[in-house]
Every structure is written in structure tokens, then in C-alpha cells.
Design a protein around this ligand. Structure first.
Ligand SMILES: CC(C)(COP(=O)(O)OP(=O)(O)OC[C@H]1O[C@@H](n2cnc3c(N)ncnc32)[C@H](O)[C@@H]1OP(=O)(O)O)[C@@H](O)C(=O)NCCC(=O)NCCS
Length: 180
């Protein structure tokens, strides 16, 4: 399933996208608040992405990973994902990461809003969540611009470069107010 917004198109990733994703994951700025770590090789990136691509074969999908392209040029600018809970909870969790050369243009906010709209309108979710390292000010700002609510702080839950870091837990419910 592909998603569109005013400036972006989100296309489900394929094996052909591994080099672009590897380039993204190899940047220290992108890894700063992430738990995956910088991959040593393209094979490492392929292993990280494999479950997301393999899920595309399943009739009952549990995870989606999209590449984010500028719709005017088709240029790759990042990736975004949504993983689904079990049926009983009808919730999903979103994430996104962009090439630093494209930060500060509102693309992450546009992506988060696109994911949330798809979550409620296409996947009929009840609740959408996101986690963010407490120091990741840019991403905190993105989640708040997307009308998500900070529900709590999980202490020392993220293993990042050998240290435990805190995480803010954000969520939005299908009947929470949002202006998009
Ligand atoms: C987080 C990330 C996706 C943000 O992308 P982006 O395209 O720059 O985001 P946006 O332009 O939509 O919004 C960024 C907001 O942060 C604000 N911001 C940027 N630097 C800031 C700083 N040092 N202090 C405070 N706010 C800051 C911007 O002003 C903007 O808010 P505004 O529109 O109110 O001015 C990008 O930095 C990234 O890919 N980081 C690495 C991966 C990552 O951390 N992903 C999130 C995991 S939860």
C-alpha cells in the first residue's frame, strides 16, 4: 500500500532500496538517538530490513516500511514505518527517519501526519503510538505538531551506544482532536 501527501509519496520498500536505506542508516546524525546502531555492511542493513519486506507476503500484515520520496522529483529522502498490534488492541506504532540534508523542511511532520491519517482512515486503528528518546528534540517537536500526546517517560529503556537512555511515550487516539 502506497501513501501520498502534498509533497511526498510513501512507497513500500523492496530489496532494490537497500543501498539507499544503508546510506541513511550509516549516517551518525541519523543514528544519534536510534538503538539499531550503524550497520557494518549492506548485508547488516538487509538483515534489519528483511522482516519488513517478508511481511509483504502475508495476507494479514503486521508491519509496513515505506521509502519516502519527494513527489516532484522521485528523490529518496528517508523511510517511515508502522507496526501493528495484535487484533485485540487495534493499535499501531509509527517511526520515521530522514536524510539530514532534508531536515528542517517539515517533511517528517508531513510523514507523521500521513502515517496517522492512514492508520485511522485506512487501517481503522483505535490508537497510534510513537516512542522517542527524550533528547531527540526534533522528533519530539514532530510528534507534537502531529497532535500526539505525551503519555509518559520510560526510564533507561533505550540502549544507545552503551548507555541507557530515557524514552517519551506518545500516542493519539482516533477521537483525539487533530486539525488534519
Ligand atoms: C527527527 C527527524 C525525522 C525530523 O525531521 P525534520 O524533517 O527536520 O522534521 P520537521 O522539519 O518536520 O520538524 C522539525 C521540528 O524540529 C524543530 N527543531 C529542529 N532543531 C531543533 C532544535 N535544536 N531545538 C528545538 N527544535 C528544533 C524544527 O524547528 C521543527 O519544528 P517547527 O516546524 O515547529 O519549527 C530527523 O531529524 C531525523 O531523521 N532524525 C534521525 C532519525 C530519528 O531520530 N527519527 C525519529 C525517531 S523517533
Amino acid at each position: 500500500m502506497n501513501l501520498t501527501s502534498a509533497r511526498l509519496v510513501l512507497v513500500e520498500v523492496s530489496w532494490y532500496d537497500i543501498p539507499d536505506i544503508h546510506r541513511l542508516h550509516s549516517l551518525p546524525e541519523v543514528d544519534e538517538y536510534n538503538t539499531i546502531g550503524i550497520p557494518e555492511s549492506e548485508d547488516d542493513t538487509r538483515d534489519v530490513i528483511r522482516p519488513w519486506i517478508e511481511d509483504q507476503k502475508n495476507e494479514r500484515r503486521s508491519k509496513y516500511l515505506w521509502k519516502i520520496l519527494k513527489n516532484c522529483s522521485g528523490e529518496f529522502i528517508g523511510i517511515a514505518g508502522m507496526s501493528m498490534s495484535s487484533d485485540k488492541f487495534i493499535s499501531g506504532e509509527i517511526f520515521y527517519k530522514l536524510l539530514p540534508s532534508h531536515w528542517g523542511n517539515g517533511y517528517a511532520t508531513e510523514t507523521a501526519i500521513t502515517l496517522i491519517k492512514a492508520g485511522f482512515e485506512s487501517f481503522h486503528l483505535h490508537r497510534i503510538e510513537a516512542g522517542v528518546a527524550t533528547e531527540n528534540i526534533r522528533s519530539v517537536r514532530v510528534l507534537e505538531k502531529a497532535a500526539m500526546t505525551r503519555e509518559g517517560r520510560r526510564r533507561k529503556i533505550l540502549p544507545i551506544r552503551g548507555e541507557w537512555r530515557d524514552n517519551y511515550h506518545y500516542a493519539i487516539l482516533e477521537d483525539d482532536p487533530r486539525d488534519y
